[in-house]
Design a protein around this ligand. Structure first.
Ligand SMILES: [Zn+2]
Length: 444
């Protein structure tokens, strides 16, 4: 049971994270009055609208429909998870998987691992109809997937393999902790979870990402040199920029900073290289460098760490609540029994579903900080606005403020372009006519 003192501490923790995350809240960016530049005053709102108008209305409607459909998918994913977990408990499949694991070995860590393998395979099969709709058919409907079914399925199976291995690495010590600490497992469990997140982040660029895409070092000096120059100017000890073949999956432009400690690296995808101009690539890289310089990997770990600690306290409460009522009926012996996992997943899913706006605030504000950093580093506000428009192919460009607050894990196109144009208003010499005139979308 969580005592009231602990609850107070957890609440304070959650609010301090929110306060930190909101200290740079984008929300609706403020547009300052025109500054006293010589020449005609730069109209930020008009400049933003001109960029938004670059996307033809039909394409805009499609992108909006795609992204709004995603709001419902959050709900359907949640409900399907709860339904599948309930089936595992109600029909004692979970208890049977545990019994089988116990027949196969007497060594409890191995029992946990064997249960996990059965669990993840059964859950993947039961949720497959929704996964294939969501990840394959729906993406094709909106023209966002380049893969045929074979390669897509191959990626799913590789993902399942990664899930089997990584999940076992987490779940075996987690249940070891539960067995040792009983109902006090959750604080150390959350600590373990945070360490696990850091570990996955550390190995992902080297061992996981290459399972899905081919990573090569960028060789084109015309692009590599300006990027490395910007990296040096920003105190980033990088000798290489990585390129990966995201076009294998889709046409989405994207770049990322991945890794942790020794494996931290900046990668950009081939779509970005193919579809974007140098100013656009530079501003994107400036954004990614912002994540690096502002230590977003570490800050994210701390902020998500708080979310996890509170979540695990909630899971602990929920497990005790559920077991007291239905434990016997489900054949689950107690909190130390690995067959309790579906119940833990239900409770944690409820929590994650409810705190989605909180986790979105955390990521959205780091993204906004990186945008501002990228504007200062690359000094290409028009390039930035064009990239923001390209991202609008799969993210609704102009949502309402509440919609953006609740659902957006990145700032919306309007918010980002407004920040870019606000920056441009204060740096009139940065105006780039070619970028402004560049058509981004073919009229189909
Ligand atoms: Zn970012």
């Amino acid at each position: 049971m969580v005592r009231s003192g602990q609850l107070v501490v957890l609440t304070i923790l959650l609010f301090s994270v929110l306060a930190f995350a909101q200290s740079s809240a984008p929300g609706t960016p403020t547009i300052p009055p025109a500054a006293n530049h010589t020449g005609p005053a730069f109209d930020v709102s008009a400049a933003v609208d001109a960029y938004l108008a670059k996307m033809p209305p039909a394409q805009r409607a499609r992108s909006d429909a795609y992204f709004e459909g995603g709001y419902w998918l959050i709900l359907w994913d949640f409900l399907s998870t709860v339904l599948v977990m309930w089936l595992l408990l109600r029909f004692r499949w979970s208890a049977r998987m545990r019994d089988l694991a116990e027949r196969l070995t007497r060594f409890s860590p191995l029992q946990t691992a064997l249960y996990w393998v059965q669990f993840i395979v059964v859950v993947s099969v039961l949720t497959f109809p929704l996964s294939v709709y969501e990840g394959y058919f729906r993406e094709h409907t909106y023209g966002l997937l380049n893969q045929t079914f074979g390669p897509w399925m191959r990626d799913q199976l590789v993902g399942l393999g990664v899930g089997v291995v990584l999940g076992a690495i987490l779940i075996v010590p987690l249940f070891g902790l539960v067995r040792r600490l009983g109902k006090n497992w959750w604080v150390w469990g959350a600590t373990l979870m945070i360490a696990f997140a850091a570990f996955v982040s550390l190995i992902a660029p080297v061992y996981i990402a290459p399972l899905f895409n081919k990573y090569t070092t960028l060789t084109d000096a015309g692009i590599k040199d300006p990027i490395l120059s910007m990296a040096r100017a920003n105190g980033i000890p990088a000798n290489d920029v990585y390129e990966f073949d995201a076009s294998r999956q889709s046409n989405r432009v994207s770049a990322n900073v991945s890794g942790f400690a020794g494996t931290l690296r900046i990668s950009l995808n081939d779509n970005l290289l193919k579809r974007c101009t140098l100013p656009e690539i530079e501003t994107t890289m400036g954004h990614e460098m912002g994540h690096y310089v502002l230590n977003h990997a570490y800050k994210g770990l701390v902020m998500f760490g708080v979310v996890i600690v509170i979540g695990f306290a909630f899971v602990n409460w929920g497990i005790n609540f559920g077991l007291a009522r239905w434990g016997e009926q489900w054949g689950v012996r107690g909190i130390t029994d690995v067959a309790v996992l579906p119940l833990a997943v239900i409770v944690f899913s409820v929590y994650i579903f409810l705190v989605t706006p909180v986790t979105n605030i955390i990521t959205r504000n780091m993204e906004y900080e990186a945008d501002l950093y990228g504007l200062n580093a690359a000094q290409q506000p028009d390039g930035e606005a064009n990239v923001d428009m390209l991202l609008g192919e799969y993210r609704k460009l102009d949502p309402g403020p509440i919609e953006e607050f609740v659902f957006y894990d990145h700032p919306s196109g309007r918010t980002r372009i407004t920040a870019a144009m606000r920056w441009k208003a204060e740096h009139p010499h940065s105006a780039n006519e070619e970028e402004m005139a560049r058509p981004l979308f073919e009229v189909k």
